[in-house]
Design a protein around this ligand. Structure first.
Ligand SMILES: Nc1ncnc2c1ncn2[C@@H]1O[C@H](COP(=O)(O)OP(=O)(O)OP(=O)(O)O)[C@@H](O)[C@H]1O
Length: 270
């Protein structure tokens, strides 16, 4: 059993795979300029689990996320979202899969300035012509603590609140999986901690599956599990991470000194 950030055991209830890569290989370029960004990576992201992906710069974190989210083609092996194999899907089918089954949170909040928070949250569903499930939307809004900010426009919200709107937008359609790429990269430590707390709550309280790329050991400590990449391969995989455990692994991998715990968003250090 794994005890999470808030002391609630969730890992054991997570069994089925929300996404899976098998011998996933990604090669960029040809001949002398060829780069093997992913070298036969096999990994599974289980439902209702929060996974952080870490590794030195250039280790393949973004490539893994992009290939698994159908944002980039793969050179070999396979990638699945739920039971759907991404290889062989036509562009239109991939677009539909991303729209229906995947939520994205990026470092930049990507909100539309002329829309209110609520309109931003429901925009992807409005575009898809889908009616939001009211009860679910209410729960999402409560979970991310935005109930009294729904009529505000992005410019009237703090950075942390804007990123919470982006998290709510990703959650609104109840995707199979949310991929978050450095979601706290633009936030101060307090706002970062808030957003990580909400991502964590969305896993624990709403059963969401979240996969997050981060460079920050403290951010990773909010996850149930951390997968480490180096040179396009998975080199470590730890459950119930603390910032100190992650920092120590990062040090071993990179030889550099990454950010010390306490300088990023406040997270678990014990
Ligand atoms: N479009 C591309 N064309 C050629 N090489 C690429 C491309 N995208 C990534 N790479 C290479 O693939 C490798 C993995 O890159 P990737 O961006 O996935 O690493 P990362 O771990 O996310 O790095 P960072 O932490 O710096 O964002 C690197 O060597 C990178 O230079």
């Amino acid at each position: 059993m794994t005890t999470t950030h808030s002391g609630v055991a969730t890992a054991t209830r997570a069994t089925a795979a929300a996404a899976r890569a098998t011998d996933l290989t990604k090669v960029y370029g040809q001949g002398e300029t060829q780069v093997v960004a992913l070298d036969a990576v096999s990994v599974e992201f289980r439902q209702a689990q929060f996974t952080a992906i870490m590794g030195p710069s250039g280790s393949g974190k973004s490539t893994l996320m992009h290939c698994m989210a159908g944002l980039d083609s793969i050179s070999g092996g396979s990638a699945r979202i739920g039971e759907t194999e991404l290889t062989g899907l036509k562009d239109k089918e991939l677009t539909q899969l991303r729209r229906d089954k995947i939520g994205f949170v990026f470092q930049a909040f990507n909100l539309l300035p002329t829309l209110t928070a609520l309109e931003n949250i429901t925009l992807p569903m409005d575009i898809a012509g889908r009616k939001p499930d009211r009860a679910w939307l209410d729960r999402v809004v409560q979970t991310v603590g935005l109930a009294d900010r729904l009529k505000h426009r992005p410019s009237q919200l703090s950075g942390g609140q804007q990123q919470r709107v982006a998290v709510a937008r990703a959650l609104a359609s109840r995707p199979e999986i949310i991929f978050a790429d450095e979601p706290t990269g633009n936030l101060d430590s307090r706002s970062g901690a808030e957003v990580l707390g909400f991502l964590h709550d969305s896993v624990r309280e709403l059963g969401q599956t979240v996969v997050m790329v981060t460079h920050d050991p403290v951010a990773a400590s909010y996850a149930d599990r951390v997968v480490f990449l180096a040179d396009g391969r998975i080199v470590d995989d730890i459950a119930g991470p603390t910032a100190d455990m992650v920092l120590e692994r990062m040090r071993r991998l990179s030889g550099n000194t990454p950010q010390a715990p306490g300088h990023g968003p406040q997270g678990r250090t014990n």
